[in-house]
Write a protein that binds this ligand. Structure first.
Ligand code: SF4
Length: 64
């Protein structure tokens, strides 16, 4: 499957609790399996999917 462009994914700056570095699709140091181009771990897009972690319990049920 082809990757989406940053425009299609609505790629933008991330937030402290939501960013590429926490996403299951992020591939260090600067790529992503879903979005093409150079990906910054502190940015974010609409395909964000949080990797499981201890903080999931506290933040997982919130809207954002
Ligand atoms: S938030 Fe989007 S751009 Fe960032 S790693 Fe996840 S899928 Fe890729």
């Amino acid at each position: 499957m082809a990757k989406a462009t940053k425009e299609q994914a609505n790629y933008r700056r991330g937030t402290p609790h939501k960013h590429c570095g926490l996403c299951t699709m992020f591939r260090p140091p600067h790529s992503c399996t879903a979005v093409e181009g150079e990906i910054n771990p502190t940015d974010l897009c609409d395909y964000f999917k949080r990797a499981f972690s201890r903080s999931e319990r506290w933040y997982g049920s919130k809207k954002d």
